[in-house]
Structure formats: structure tokens, C-alpha cells
Design a protein around this ligand. Structure first.
Ligand code: HEM
Length: 378
């Protein structure tokens, strides 16, 4: 598709799709292409789902976006992320130890169930101050809600998404009430303080939506970067060996995000007539950036279909671009580094124990499981 043009009308998706790096970058940065939220319908059947999105910084444009983003960025900036770094590395070590034990006992073990899944959930829950005993609730809620971002979703899954959103909202309202009476050194307490001292800057619904956005954005992508990334390394043995022999971790993380993007598609709606690579988008029409296609554009990446964990520079768009650029990128990088660091130290002989199954969804691209074992010499 890219060879035939940078933007195509896609009948199946009902939107234009940008497939080159330049066109995707332009879609994400253009100020007349915005994330314009339209409620899921019928609205009476999606009250909680719509409340969460209507009030989220990801689904708003200036000036609301800037106000919400500044507040959350300030809370993030207060050392929360760097404070967590050593703890994230310890957590990754502990989770990989459990994986290794299971491999020893059972012959193989699932990286997603033992490491890639729990690591980001634990980290974001810790950051927000979700009590340990409630953390098991987060992933099922989030998984049900994000199904709504896929195309052509079955009615029962839409209903499940709304149910999960309702429970998530109710849970957050309780947690907020708790932090109001006994604040901690977590992000929810910081955001509660902003709401209470200057309610005009952050409403209670915005607080709930922001916390839920962080809890969801904080792990859905990271799980799949670790899963897709380790799969790519298992399939490219020389790259895995390079990693085990002390290759630079930050460069490897960027390449894994580029090589098999966990997030494939982001839509924008035109608020004025816009031209992207010769394609006109009229007001109200949508265009999507296909990040996986941008990541393999030969005009930007030499040998784009090759995995090269030493690739530098690596200007992938995996964290987005423009005003919605990923707020959690520094945290995500620490998490993936921690997982790779623990794996290369404790499981240098890792091999695929069976062919993993890809999940059917494509907006969020990931695996059902990633069974690992060790080669004979390990
Ligand atoms: C490797 C893992 C991650 C990837 C690949 C990723 C990717 C992205 C992308 C592509 C966007 C832009 C969406 C758009 O332009 O429409 C985004 C936004 C966002 N991400 Fe991430 N993300 C990751 C991890 C995280 C984590 C760990 C957090 C939270 C701590 C987080 C929080 C956010 C938030 C709050 C936004 C919205 C920013 C805004 O609208 O201004 N992300 N992310």
C-alpha cells in the first residue's frame, strides 16, 4: 500500500489510513486533526464508558487537553517515576524468578501470565496508590473496556465494556473518597489535592477519568511491548544473544517498540479541511495513522523489516507525536528495560516452548500467551 500512495481510503474501516512515516507524523501533529470524542450509542446504554472518555485528557483537545495534561504531568513530574525505578527492577527480578521456577518445575511457563502482564499492572497500581488487595480487579476491567477501540465489536462485548466501566468508575469514586480522608504519597492523592484546592481546574469526573486512563494506558501497551518484543527476540536468535551479551537496553527497547508496535491505529477527526500527502480530509471526516506501517517505512528506517536492537537513531512513532505524545513514555521505558534486564540475566537460554497465538484484535496488537522454556545448555 505504501508503495502505491501515502494515504488510502479504507472501505472496511470507513476511514482514510495514512501508511507512510511522514503522513502518520503529519496526522498526529496537525492542529486541525483532533481527537474529537463522540459518545458510544445508544448513550443511555454507555453512561460510564462515555463519562470516562468524555472527561479524559486523551479524548480532549485544547484548551481542556492542556489543562488536564498540565495537572497530570505536574503530578508525574514530582519524582514519582524516578522514585519507582529501583522498585520496578526488583519487581521484574521477582517476577522473572517465578517464571524460572515454573519452567524448572513444569518444563515451560507463560511470559505473559508471569511477567509481561503483572509487571505493568503492579507498577501503575503502585503509582496511583491502588491497594495491593484490589489490584487483581484492574486488568479484567481494562481488557473489557479497551475492546471498544476495535472495529466491528459484538454486542455482548460492548455490554461487557460498559459493565466494566461502571465498576471501574464506582471503584475509583471509593478510592478517591478514601484518599480524601487519608492521603498517601501516591498520584491519586496528589490529584485529589488539586481537585479540592482548586475545583475549577479538575472536576471529580475528570479526576475519575484521569485515574482510569492512567490505569488502562499504563499497562495495555506495555504488556504487549514485552510480549511482542520477547517473541521477536526469540525468533531472531543473534539479536537475543546480543542482548544477553550486554547490548544497550534503552536502544533495544526502542527497537522492540518499532519492530512490532503494540498500538497500531490512532484516529483523528478533521475540524477544518486538511490535506495530508495530497489526500483531502473534510471537516468531520476521519483519518487514521497506522503506526505499524510508519514503523517499517524504508524512507526512514534502513532495512526496516530487520530487527536490529542497536538501531540508532530510531525515530519511531510508537509513543505518538504532537500534543497527545505518550505521557507515560519514561515509565514505560523503565518497565520494558527492567523486564529485559531480568530476563537476560536469569534466563539467558530462553527459547520458545511452543508457537504463541496472536490475539484477533488489531488496534491493540498482542499475544494470548508466550510459552518459554530453556535450551539444553542453559
Ligand atoms: C510501551 C508502552 C506504551 C506505548 C507504546 C504507549 C503509546 C502511546 C501513544 C501512541 C499515545 C498517543 C495516542 C494518540 O496520539 O492518540 C499515548 C498516549 C498516552 N499514554 Fe502511552 N504508551 C505506553 C505506556 C504508557 C504508560 C506506562 C502510561 C501511564 C503511566 C501511559 C499513559 C499515556 C497517556 C496518559 C496518554 C495520553 C496523553 C495525552 O492525550 O496527552 N502510556 N501512549
Amino acid at each position: 500500500m505504501r508503495a502505491q500512495g501515502e494515504v488510502h481510503d479504507h472501505d472496511g474501516l470507513g476511514v482514510a489510513v495514512a501508511v507512510s512515516h511522514a503522513a502518520c507524523s503529519a496526522v498526529l501533529r496537525h492542529r486541525s486533526l483532533g481527537r474529537i470524542w463522540s459518545d458510544a450509542a445508544p448513550v443511555e446504554a454507555f453512561t460510564s464508558f462515555n463519562l470516562l472518555h468524555r472527561n479524559s485528557l486523551l479524548e480532549n483537545e485544547p484548551p481542556t487537553h492542556g489543562r488536564l495534561r498540565r495537572l497530570v504531568a505536574a503530578a508525574f513530574g514530582r519524582g514519582h517515576v524516578e522514585r519507582l525505578r529501583p522498585w520496578v527492577f526488583e519487581l521484574a527480578d521477582r517476577l522473572v524468578d517465578e517464571l524460572v521456577t515454573e519452567i524448572k518445575e513444569q518444563g515451560s511457563a507463560d511470559l505473559l501470565a508471569h511477567v509481561a502482564g503483572p509487571l505493568p499492572v503492579e507498577v501503575i497500581a503502585e503509582l496511583l496508590g491502588v491497594p495491593q488487595s484490589d489490584r487483581f480487579l484492574l486488568q479484567p476491567w481494562s481488557n473489557a473496556i479497551v475492546k471498544m477501540y476495535e472495529f466491528g465489536l459484538a454486542p455482548e462485548l460492548r455490554a461487557a465494556a460498559e459493565r466494566a466501566a461502571g465498576e471501574f468508575v464506582a471503584y475509583l469514586r471509593e478510592l478517591i473518597a478514601l484518599r480524601r480522608v487519608s492521603p498517601g504519597d501516591d498520584l491519586v492523592s496528589d490529584l485529589v489535592a488539586v481537585t479540592d484546592t482548586d475545583g475549577a481546574r479538575l472536576t471529580e469526573d475528570e479526576l475519575v477519568a484521569t485515574a482510569v486512563l492512567l490505569l488502562m494506558a499504563g499497562h495495555e501497551a506495555t504488556v504487549n511491548v514485552i510480549g511482542n518484543g520477547v517473541l521477536a527476540l526469540m525468533r531472531h536468535r543473534s539479536q537475543w544473544e546480543l542482548l544477553v551479551n550486554d547490548a544497550d537496553l534503552p536502544l533495544a527497547v526502542e527497537e522492540l517498540i518499532r519492530y512490532d508496535s503494540p498500538l497500531q491505529l490512532f484516529e483523528r477527526t478533521a475540524t477544518a479541511e486538511v490535506e495530508i500527502a495530497g489526500h483531502v480530509v473534510r471537516p468531520g471526516e476521519k483519518i487514521a495513522a497506522l503506526l505499524g506501517a510508519a514503523a517499517r517505512d524504508p524512507l526512514v528506517f534502513a532495512s526496516p523489516d530487520e530487527l536490529d536492537i542497536t538501531r540508532s537513531p530510531n525515530p519511531h512513532l510508537g509513543f505518538g507525536a504532537g500534543i497527545h505524545y505518550c505521557l507515560g513514555a519514561p515509565l514505560a521505558r523503565i518497565e520494558v528495560e527492567a523486564a529485559l534486564s531480568a530476563l537476560r540475566t536469569k534466563l539467558p537460554g530462553a527459547v520458545l516452548a511452543a508457537e504463541p497465538r496472536r490475539r484477533a484484535e488489531f488496534v491493540i496488537r498482542g499475544l494470548h500467551e508466550l510459552p518459554l522454556s530453556t535450551d539444553a545448555g542453559a
